[in-house]
Design a protein around this ligand. Structure first.
Ligand code: HEC
Length: 173
């Protein structure tokens, strides 16, 4: 009984020794180890406002889609389809930007509301459908995605947009 216990203890210590040898064989020397980046959990918030994102990105991209989706398919050039694709991508990426807050006075308050998240999600879904339609050159599908995009703009503006935009500037073109 005692001998058996001793033998298995010896077997374990051999195994543990082997394990340690294997581990040290797998570990590259310290100078070859890749430095670990510290993990950052906080979203990056650029120093621009939601109003600026609306004017500089969202509105631009949406206008391209609303305009070109009503064109005659035969007249759309390869360049137009590329423009459409890039505009849909810009709209989709803007949905991340407008859920993070920004430099505007109301931005942090807006992005914390569930309704805001719902409208942003509506914009994201519609813009993603638009991208799919554009990539398969399906103009009728693009037209209905464009309706969804417009509904998300109008819905959110009705609920959240002040009568006069906070920074006093409107879309100028
Ligand atoms: C999740 C809410 C939300 C969505 C979705 C949204 N907007 Fe806005 N938008 C706002 C708010 C709020 C303001 C006012 C910001 C301020 O004054 O600080 C604004 C301002 C603007 C402005 C600048 C003010 C003006 O009237 O000229 C434009 C242009 C604009 N949005 C276009 C659009 C378009 C186009 C879409 C859809 C593709 C859209 N927005 C989708 C909330 C939204």
């Amino acid at each position: 009984m005692r001998r058996k216990a001793l033998r298995s203890a010896a077997a374990w210590s051999v195994l543990a020794g082997l394990g340690a040898a294997l581990l040290s064989a797998c570990n590259p020397p310290a100078d070859q180890q890749v430095a670990r980046e510290p993990v950052v959990n906080v979203p990056f918030v650029p120093d621009i406002s939601i109003n600026e994102i609306m004017v500089g990105q969202v509105d631009h991209a949406a206008n391209q889609i609303l305009k070109l989706s009503m064109a005659d398919q035969a007249r759309l050039t390869i360049g137009d389809w590329q423009e459409l694709e890039h505009s849909a991508i810009q709209l989709i990426s803007s949905t991340s930007a407008i859920t993070m807050g920004g430099a505007g006075v109301n931005d942090a308050m807006w992005v914390a509301q569930i309704g805001w998240r719902d409208y942003t999600s509506q914009l994201n879904t519609a813009a993603t459908s638009a991208l799919r339609a554009i990539r398969s050159k399906d103009l009728p599908a693009l037209l209905s995605a464009a309706d969804g995009i417009r509904e998300s703009c109008d819905g959110c503006h009705q609920q959240y947009k002040p009568d006069t935009p906070t920074e006093g500037f409107y879309r100028a073109h």
